[in-house]
Design a protein around this ligand. Sequence first.
Ligand SMILES: Cc1cc2nc3c(=O)[nH]c(=O)nc-3n(C[C@H](O)[C@H](O)[C@H](O)COP(=O)(O)OP(=O)(O)OC[C@H]3O[C@@H](n4cnc5c(N)ncnc54)[C@H](O)[C@@H]3O)c2cc1C
Length: 353
Amino acid sequence: MRRSADVVVVGAGTAGLHAATCLAESGRRVVVLERRPEGHSGARWCNGIVAWQFERAGLAPPVAPELRARGGVTHLLSPSGTTRVSITSSPVLDADMRALVQRLLDRARGAGVEVLWDVTDVRPRFDDAVEAVPTDRRVRGVHATWHGEVIDIAADLVVDASGRAGVVRDAVPALAAAAPPVEGADLCSAQQLVLDVDDPDGARAFLAEHGARPGDIVSWMAPDGGFSIQSIHVAGDLDEASLLTGSIADGRHRSGSELMADLRRRHPWLGAQRFGGGGTIPLRRTPARWRSLRSSSLRMASWRSRSLRSSSAWMALWKRSSSGLTMPTRRSTSLAITFLAPLRSFVSDSSRR
Ligand SMILES: Cc1cc2nc3c(=O)[nH]c(=O)nc-3n(C[C@H](O)[C@H](O)[C@H](O)COP(=O)(O)OP(=O)(O)OC[C@H]3O[C@@H](n4cnc5c(N)ncnc54)[C@H](O)[C@@H]3O)c2cc1C
């Protein structure tokens, strides 16, 4: 099947859906391709998001059930639990990313975005005219398989918002060379689960032991050294608990899932999993290459190839903690502005002629 669009976005997570909306609201025909089925794309766990990040992304603040809790007291403990710092007021909101992704999807559809689910085998569709010079080939859309049918979508711009998969980036020589995959010590292996509290008395005893109250967060900092964390947030009504674990994924520390198993073993009052998931989060500082991208030939290479990467996995610009909202959505907004500006000047130039 052959079809065309102004923009193809690969990935229906936070970054992809926001980029799609920004571009569609500016009058572009946008198609999003997602490999998972509807209702399963993007992050499927909870993120701590600072309140102003929603405003900066141009989104209304979350409400329940997307908003699960708002900035309670956080107790930061040393691994042995003997040293403790308590933060009494935190600006961080506990957001259910499943609901945020659904909100972004509804918004995208409202802006006229078409989303194709269960899409496999996405690969860039190159401009045949310059096939002889592989590094100069321009991306002119994508090829993919959708429900067993090969689709060929011609597009002016392809946005790779596929997370660490980098499905388009890795197949475009100029982008692959400029943004190699993030590995090992530059990754955090993380898991976030929401669990039943099977034994409320056990939860009360745990909180009392740490001088905490229902609704507080108890976090052990650096249980496996460096960047690692184990954290338990018991809900105010003692009905459920939200757990977060993470560590550097260099093979020398326990992974997020191993730290999670350890936490659950040590706290038998915790019960079955309600939802959640895990993955790896890029941590590395802004690569020098990206900093120079603003003014360098790489930007031109990206621009020429008409494929920019919007997802968090590429740049990981955040400094201390990653953001499931700010970086994906801010980059998506700048992408829309960057992409639309030349089009506008092209349109006005053409009309003058
Ligand atoms: C356990 C854990 C806890 C976290 N906690 C926080 C937190 O507290 N605060 C915070 O700000 N951030 C947190 N993060 C990070 C945050 O969740 C991510 O930064 C955010 O989800 C990234 O969004 P994205 O849209 O860039 O990518 P993703 O959410 O990964 O979306 C990418 C989409 O692309 C799709 N895709 C991939 N490959 C293909 C392909 N070949 N073809 C088509 N589609 C494809 C995927 O199925 C997915 O739907 C956490 C991450 C983890 C793992």
